[in-house]
Write a protein that binds this ligand. Structure first.
Ligand SMILES: *[C@@H]1O[C@H](CO)[C@@H](O)[C@H](O)[C@H]1NC(C)=O
Ligand SMILES: *[C@@H]1O[C@H](CO)[C@@H](O)[C@H](O)[C@H]1NC(C)=O
Length: 225
């Protein structure tokens, strides 16, 4: 009697366990609609750096915030000053974002960036989950490729991207990498907005770094430090 009651309890516990797993699976499905209507993380760097951090041993981004003075037409941004003495010592910079939950399989990343001067050479974004995947790249020296993209990148203008994400591999973070033109490290590079929402992008600017065929030099396995 005692034994069968015990067995019953164990089975009940197991069943409960399975039930909670399956309800998680149901939730972990496609978010309908446009991600622009489901933004869960919004950052314009006006309050803080949104837990973005610099990889050390590379050039550094600093948060710019000034209510009275604009830089690149904005009051707040994350700014990489390529002219600085510190920047001159390095081949580029890498920003690491915080983690975003894979609550649904589909999400969209909204990013704006701007640059000026000959010091900026390329920008690319790596999605890290179980894997490292290059989802976007722009290279100044490869204009023949860039001009075929749906989004024409221009100097001295805010360039807005929408990158459709596949979160099938779990929670994600991003590496935002900038390489300098080693022959003339002058100018600025900046990130203005970084928003994350579940659902679909209205425009799709992800190019998966042309499947790394053109951008073989891109290190798609960044070091953890
Ligand atoms: C790199 O800098 C040199 C010197 O200013 C410039 O001539 C060249 O166009 C730059 N390269 C790119 C890809 O911008
Ligand atoms: C580097 O770029 C700056 C700004 O565009 C320019 O004034 C300077 O002449 C360039 N230097 C070289 C060596 O190209």
């Amino acid at each position: 009697m005692v034994t069968s009651l015990f067995c019953f309890t164990v089975i009940l516990m197991m069943t409960n366990g399975l039930e909670s797993t399956s309800s998680y699976d149901e939730k972990y499905y496609y978010q309908p609609g446009f991600a622009a209507d489901n933004i869960v993380s919004r950052c314009d760097f006006s309050i803080n750096s949104c837990r973005f951090r610099n990889q050390h041993n590379l050039a550094l981004y600093n948060r710019y915030f000034n209510q009275n003075k604009l830089f690149f037409d904005r009051h707040s941004l994350l700014l990489l000053n390529i002219n600085s003495q510190r920047s001159q010592q390095y081949p580029g910079a890498r920003l690491l974002t915080p983690y975003y939950q894979a609550k649904y399989r589909n999400a969209c990343l909204f990013i704006s960036y701007r640059y000026n001067g000959p010091g900026f050479l390329r920008f690319f974004i790596i999605q890290q989950d179980n894997d490292n995947r290059c989802i976007y790249s722009y290279d100044c020296s490869k204009l023949f490729i860039s001009s075929s993209s749906t989004n024409i990148i221009q100097e001295n203008k805010w360039n807005s991207l929408e990158l459709q994400l596949d979160l099938n591999e779990g929670d994600v973070r991003f590496f935002l990498e900038t390489h300098f033109n080693s022959t003339n490290k002058s100018g600025y590079f900046a990130i203005g907005d970084f928003n994350f929402g579940y659902g679909y992008c209205q425009n799709k600017n992800e190019n998966h770094c042309y499947d790394n065929i053109v951008n073989r030099h891109i290190n798609v396995a960044p070091t953890a430090n």
